[in-house]
Design a protein around this ligand. Structure first.
Ligand code: XIL
Length: 425
């Protein structure tokens, strides 16, 4: 396990924390798969700045006097940052999926259905299975992104729509009906939609209906589900060594076009299906910088790394996660499946088919549930205070003194959080 050489404690000043971070040894397995190390220190400092805030616990007795020396335990329960995965919907609803469901709940706070909500599937098996899967996820308190309303290549659209090809207005209507129907049916059940998927390589509908049609699709999605965050999503932006400039440029221009035409586009999805050549983290950061100038949040929506060497996969995963978590425009990360037994490339980031953890699975645990996870214990000072800088998210706080003990919960957001605990002493 890689551990930083510090632990949060009482009165640990911000500057000292940064120094400790910088001095912290990277540990085994932390060597980059790609690129040098200079970016890493800067990334870790940005993470410290943008992903954490001050959490203050004040302990008083029943007369409202500060209690010095009370024991305080601060335990993170859940990340505010979405760390998610695509899910094989059938495993969420069948007895065969027990371990799958357990590991899902254990490792993720966000999900996307891998296939059920795609147009052709929705019209066959997807509606029933998809809705059951969404119900199960809602019971677990796991928010879901919808994927995807329009994937504008004929191979991703039901065959009956193509029979209307000679009547573009009828095709446009079919798309409209579909968007209104699905996004309407799942209103309040998904928090986001990939309205438009892979527009660079799937241009059949744009060829038939014109680029302006894309603006309509966003408008109809907004109309059907006004609360959902509306995404465009594409592959080949961060992957391909970061060198597919033609794809990057086209994506950038499509997003700019949509914004200029007033499409209600809320966020940018970058899929992130990696294979050789892997993209150096510096290049990942530069591409994110460029797309951040469009002024919309960016999510990594479909991460995986299909390389045969597990150590290389893990090292790249560590670098990539560190880079994207450090970027201020990035507001979510989802991998495209977590288990080799249900993965489109049979090479998932976390688990082998027999459920043994891959090195990259260890990276996930080290980063998401250790280095970027806050647990702190200590005692209150003479003002009755205990302070810690923690990762944004939900917390349980336990306070004890004079034989009394009390638990409370709080949410730590960018502005910080302060909680007062009154003990009956
Ligand atoms: C893939 C699924 O993982 C497969 O199970 C399915 O057979 C084909 O689609 N980009 C996307 C995803 O937007 O919807 C794709 O998912 C992977 C590439």
């Amino acid at each position: 396990m890689v551990r930083r050489g510090y632990r949060w404690g009482l009165g640990c000043a911000g500057v000292a924390m940064l120094a400790a971070l910088a001095a912290g040894t990277a540990g085994p397995g932390a060597a980059g798969a790609t690129g040098g190390q200079a970016w890493r220190r800067e990334a870790e400092q940005r993470i410290e700045t943008i992903r954490k805030a001050e959490l203050e616990v004040v302990v008083e007795d029943r007369e409202g006097r500060a209690v010095q020396g009370a024991r305080v335990a601060v335990r993170m329960q859940r990340h505010a940052f979405p760390f998610g995965t695509a899910v094989a919907e059938s495993l969420l609803v069948s007895p065969a999926g027990e371990q799958y469901r357990q590991e899902l709940v254990r490792h993720f706070n966000f999900a996307v259905l891998e296939n059920a909500l795609k147009w052709p599937n929705w019209e066959t098996w997807g509606r029933t299975t998809g809705q059951r899967a969404l119900e199960w996820l809602a019971q677990q308190g796991i928010p879901v992104r919808g994927h995807t309303l329009v994937w504008p290549g004929w191979q991703h659209i039901p065959a009956w729509v193509r029979f209307l090809e000679n009547d573009p207005a009828a095709v446009a209507d079919a798309v409209r009906e579909h968007i209104l129907e699905v996004a309407g049916a799942l209103r309040g059940r998904v928090v986001a939609w990939d309205v438009l998927n892979e527009p660079y390589t799937n241009r059949d509908l744009m060829r038939l209906l014109g680029d302006e049609a894309m603006v309509d699709w966003f408008r109809w999605a907004r109309q059907a589900d006004p609360q959902a965050q509306l995404f465009i999503n594409d592959f080949g932006i961060l992957s391909a060594g970061g060198e597919d400039r033609a794809h990057q440029d086209a994506y950038f221009e499509t997003i700019r076009f949509l914004i200029q035409r007033g499409a209600p586009l809320d966020a940018i999805g970058m899929q992130g299906h990696f294979e050789e050549p892997l993209t150096p983290p510096e290049r990942v950061l530069a591409i994110l910088d460029r797309f951040a100038t469009l002024g919309k949040p960016i999510w990594i929506t479909e991460f995986d790394v299909d390389v045969p060497d597990e150590q290389r996969q893990a090292a790249f995963f560590r670098d990539f996660l560190t880079a994207i978590f450090s970027h201020p425009a990035v507001e979510g990360f989802l991998m495209w499946g977590f288990w080799d037994g249900a993965h489109w490339k049979r090479n998932a980031p976390l688990f082998r088919r027999d459920w043994s953890l891959k090195p990259s699975g260890q990276v996930w645990r080290d980063l998401v549930y250790d280095q970027w996870w806050t647990r702190a214990e200590g005692v209150t000072d003479e003002r009755g205070r205990f302070e810690v800088r923690g990762f944004l998210g939900d917390y349980e706080v336990e306070v004890s003194a004079g034989g009394q003990s009390q638990k409370t919960t709080l949410r730590l957001s960018r502005e910080g959080a302060r909680v007062k605990v009154e003990l009956d002493i």
